[in-house]
Design a protein. Sequence first.
Length: 470
Amino acid sequence: MKLTRATLFFSAAALLLAAGMARRRRFRAQRILWISRVVSDLGRAEAFYRDGLGFRAVARGRSGKAMLAALGLGDADAEEVVMRLGAQDIALVRFAAPGRPYPQDSRSDDLWFQHLAIVVNDMDAAYARLCAHPGWRPISEDGPQLLPSSNGAVRAFKFRDPDGHPLELIWFPPGHGRALLHQGASAALFLGIDHSALSVASTRRSLRFYRALGLRVSDRSLNRSPAQARLDGLPDARVRVTGLRPASATGPGLELLGYHPPGRPAQMTLPTDLATDWVTLAVRPSPGDAPCAVRDPDGHLLVLVDQGTRDAMTLINDYTPLLLRICLVVLFPFSGLDKIINWDSAMKQAGNIPFKRVMLVASIVVEVVMPVCIVTGRRDRLAAFTLGAFCVITAVLFHQFWRFPDFWRFKEGEGLQHFWEFLKNFGLVGGLGLIGLAPRTLPIGEIVQHPLASSHVVGPQAGSPVAPAP
């Protein structure tokens, strides 16, 4: 069959389309809907979260049969209270046949540890209000702790509720933290739930699990300081913190706490045990007609539910990252296939570079395979850096504008053409670098609401949005 430019066009288009369809078959976490905690006394727990932490009850009743069936408790009887802080919800669940109590000797590095981080507007006032309500016990030593600037310069305090569940009060300095938790809430003392943090034995292993569910890394840090040790109530605490976010800007995130060395492994808890929390995560595509319970590598429990009917904005949010990736790499498959069709011309253009036949075959492989990896999201970080390096090499080898005298005389000619091609290559390097270093895109709704927002460019908060001034 004779290869033509029409064949080239349709082959490259089909390649990227097939890659995009393969990408859409993967789970994509949309939003954490709520976090459930098993309690022994529903009235006591409700009073503590209401009076001590500013939550309000928004619903109460029997736990849903579909949810209990997903947990393997189809015959169980449970009642729950849904409580809201800001725009985030938790469900306090009491089983008629309660399980084991929360282990009394629990530590922050134990692999069953899972806390809720509550953002506060004034740490001293929030701590004073907590102290005015009995029933809790501290994890942190010497009250709220100020972490170093390398760890965000936040103030934090960890403690346990009357059943032993860990919680954290956290205050962010101006310009830090998620802007959504600060909008319209300047008068509130307790603003909302920023994340649920889980102790993990291996950050790398846990990342593979949570990335398979479609969560993206939002931030990373290595926390090791005397203040961190006092915050965690652990001598010489050293913890690698990895923040994870679903697609939606609303709702809490997750945080992986990789202590070095890791703490005690979790014994397999039953959903009725007080040490059990579970995160209800909306995902696309649907996990099935009913909720589906899964455990991460350390035994933390998640329940996957259908995101529900998608509106236009959800569809835009779902497909915009895919379309942007296709736009970024669409040039390369065409270039690679053109080299196959016009082999002799490509060999001539390669000039006198060593092993040019081998190098030309390698460039075709890079231009065809790496874009597919980027569009599908499989090994996309390595693919982005490989393609970026390819752009740098081709710019230096084949667009040497400085060797043309007409360029230095500011005249139109071959030198100026190579100069523009050189800059285009480095523009692609910038876009590919963002795929590797900052792959998560903001929801379109957030961009529409804040079209003039700014971002941190350097420092530990680089890449995150700057919180708007109150």
